[in-house]
Design a protein around this ligand. Structure first.
Ligand code: ADP
Ligand code: MG
Length: 697
């Protein structure tokens, strides 16, 4: 059956169209003002909005509503409340008040707070975010909300994100005014998030405790084939995957998520989905919905979607590219260089602001993507290194260099592409090639931040970007508003900024060894592990940045830092415990059983002919027995390292001990087990292999 996509799109969303139809004119206008200009909500309209939302939701089959929020667990949270309200005669009516829409009270004690709140001070609040649309999913009306403690500190990722968007707008509008723009009321950041993922057959997934508990394989010898033929990237979609993707698209379209691009990725069984970009908070909410639906729809096809950054060692991991741009509420993209970027002073100033932001806060950008899963990816030969640098393309680099040198710029010519086939049209080339190895690349009218991990909520990368650029704007506006000769001051500011910060610009191969050395000589930080990055969170300059723009208070920063350390330690602990259990209870007994069979075969054979060749049996018995012993020793060492790390007094000490001592112990155990896998009969090996998991979906 052919579906009417425009009709289906957004049918489960309380969007602008529905609001216009269902709200009284003045209420609709007041709400739109709140949404588009970031104005405070008029509380008197809440009851009307709530009533309209409820009636609409009931028509969509909803029986419950929930405030939907993003606590610091990294996943979303929801607590469903039925609309029922008792009335006389033992009956109920369906009710939803403005108060219930605006504010929710919940027991916050079981969410991470980083010491902001003791368990006896349990009260937490959720507050409606009118700028993100409510929607109906599985019979429940979902209301996007912010989440804070009784004391008013943010306990979620959304609150600082909204604050950072406001900060960027506030300072950005000052810049617009300086260029004579009197119309722009708000500067918005737009974000398009590319989501990579792996698919595995459900039956195989269920045989892997490591995937179930940790989302990645903790053991596994490489398959005979990996990704070396590069035949999976953009490869034809298998029927089963195609059907899954079709159902996923449709489910997302219903939820108003503009899923646009889908294709196979570099590693076997790896794929990507990208929606059309939208305002940052909406894009982040939608990305969380995309992740939810990727998992949910997979189940309906007897598949499992893996969102971990590195499900399989030895092949590419998954990232989540954050395409970031800034624009005005009048529809202008401020990162569009135009035909003559060298003369477009407003663009150059904004470019300078971004370059300055990235060069001054590389530690925070690195921190924003720091996650145990992502440590396996960054710096591998598949993702940018842990060093933050920027690629702006040959053309803009030439503009920047000529300004710094004070020489004339001779514009780049857009070459023509002529393939020499008469029937293939000739077209203009882009002025610059792409650079896949740069963590932060200019791609024509936006920047692509390529470091975030596939499982991460990208609120934090955007919080950092927005706030750091807001700070550049603030400093620029302070200078330019006071300038006697605007043009002169502007030219000087652009030149000085380029000169001071162009060390962060790098157009070469970011994966190379030489870049590591070159970056060090330029003084660019290289924070290799998550733990290294977490430590920089509360550096004085970072606390000042967030406080200046009202994005995060010092107290909030400390609590978040604490949560990052805690979370890291907990995740590695789960991985270590899973390895210990799998090795002790499944793998070592299986190998021993195989050795026993070999021994039996050997004895039986020699009983018949004493001089028979039993070299395979004896060789394997010897090697496997040695490996079993070594693996068992490695298990004991891992147990000891894990116990010692867990016993450290502070979150930071625990995280450091897990990074420094537990992870190496895990690596050692894995090496022994993977070697045993290559020698053990597949009849005995208790786990699906890499080949089974990646090539049999
Ligand atoms: P790539 O070729 O980099 O893989 P994709 O098509 O997969 O590109 O993803 C590009 C993403 O960038 C899409 O989500 C797209 O909507 C988004 N994008 C395009 N223009 C903008 C913009 N102005 N602001 C933010 N994101 C944008
Ligand atoms: Mg893409």
């Amino acid at each position: 059956m052919v579906k009417n996509i425009p009709e289906l799109f957004g049918c489960m969303v309380f969007n602008e169209e529905v609001m216009r139809q269902r709200l009284p004119e003045e209420v609709y206008r007041s709400l739109q003002k709140t949404i588009s200009e970031g104005k405070e909500i008029d509380p008197s309209i809440a009851n009307t909005v709530a009533e309209a939302m409820k009636n609409w939701a009931l028509e969509k089959g909803a029986t419950h509503y929930t405030h939907w929020f993003q606590p610091l667990t990294g996943v979303t949270a929801e607590k469903h409340e039925a609309f029922i309200e008792p009335v006389a005669g033992g009956k109920v009516v369906m009710e939803f008040s403005g108060k219930a829409l605006i504010k929710g009270e919940s027991d916050a004690s079981s969410f991470p707070s980083g010491g902001l709140r003791a368990t006896f001070e349990a009260r937490g609040y959720t507050a409606w975010d009118p700028a993100s649309y409510a929607f109906v999913k599985d019979g429940t009306l979902f209301i996007p909300t912010a989440f804070c403690s009784y004391g008013g500190e943010a306990l979620d990722t959304k609150t600082p994100l909204l604050r950072s968007m406001d900060a960027l707008s506030r300072e950005g509008v000052r810049i617009m005014r300086l260029f004579g723009d009197t119309e722009t009321k708000r500067i918005t950041t737009t974000v398009g998030i590319e989501q990579e993922y792996f698919i595995i057959d459900k039956a195989m997934y269920e045989q892997r405790k490591d995937l179930i508990y940790t989302g990645r394989t903790l053991f596994g010898a490489p398959a005979p084939k990996g990704q070396e033929l590069e035949d999976h990237y953009y490869g034809e979609l298998k029927t089963r995957i195609h059907d899954y993707m079709a159902d996923l698209d449709e489910a997302l379209w219903r939820m108003g998520v503009p899923a646009k691009t889908k294709h196979s990725e570099g590693a076997p069984a790896q794929h990507e989905l990208a929606p059309i970009y939208s305002t940052t908070n909406t894009a982040v909410d939608q990305n969380l919905l995309i992740m939810t639906y990727m998992k949910k729809i997979a189940e309906q096809h007897d598949l499992v979607c893996l969102l971990h950054e590195k499900p399989y060692q030895g092949v590419n991991g998954s990232g989540k590219h954050d395409n970031w741009s800034i624009g005005t509420d009048t529809g202008k993209n401020l990162l569009k260089p135009g035909k003559t970027p060298a003369e477009n002073k407003q663009f150059l100033l904004i470019l300078a602001a971004v370059i300055k932001a990235v060069d001054e806060y590389p530690d925070l950008l690195r921190l924003s993507v720091a996650h145990p899963g992502n440590d396996h990816r960054l710096g591998g030969n598949e993702a940018p290194p842990a060093i933050i640098s920027m690629f702006i393309g040959d053309d803009l680099q030439e503009v920047v260099d000529s300004i710094v040198r004070g020489t004339a710029y001779h514009g780049a010519k857009r070459g023509k592409m002529n393939l020499g086939i008469p029937s293939v049209p000739v077209f203009s080339k882009d002025t610059t090639d792409r650079n896949r190895t740069s963590p932060f690349a200019f791609t024509g009218n936006k920047f692509e931040f390529r470091m975030p991990g596939s499982s991460q909520n990208v609120a934090m990368p955007n919080i950092v970007l927005n706030t750091a650029v807001a700070e550049s704007f603030r400093q620029f506006a302070d200078v330019l508003e006071k300038a006697e000769n605007f043009d002169k001051a502007l030219a000087k500011l652009i030149k000085d900024t380029f000169r001071k910060h162009s060390r962060v610009l790098f157009n070469g191969n970011g994966y190379s060894e030489e870049w590591q050395k070159e970056a060090a000589s330029r003084g660019l930080p290289n924070l290799k592990t998550s733990v290294d990055a977490f430590k920089t969170f509360d550096a004085e300059k970072n606390v000042t940045l967030f406080a200046t723009h009202g994005v995060m208070s010092e107290v909030e920063i400390h609590s978040r830092k604490e949560i990052l350390f805690e979370n890291y330690a907990k995740l590695i602990n789960i991985e270590a415990q899973t390895m210990i259990e799998m090795a002790t209870r499944d793998i070592l007994p299986a190998v021993n059983a195989y050795v026993a069979e070999l021994a039996g075969a050997c004895a039986a054979k020699t009983a018949v002919i004493q001089s028979v060749d039993v070299s395979m049996e004896t060789d394997l018995i010897e090697t496997l027995s040695r490996l079993v012993g070594e693996a068992f020793t490695a298990v004991k060492a891992l147990k000891a390292a894990d116990a010692a790390a867990s016993a450290c007094a502070t979150g930071e000490a625990r995280a450091c001990a897990f990074a420094d001592n537990v992870i190496p112990a895990m690596t050692l155990l894995r090496a022994k087990v993977d070697e045993m896998e290559t020698l053990t009969s597949s009849d005995y090996w208790p786990l699906p292999t890499y080949g089974d998991m990646m090539f049999r979906v």
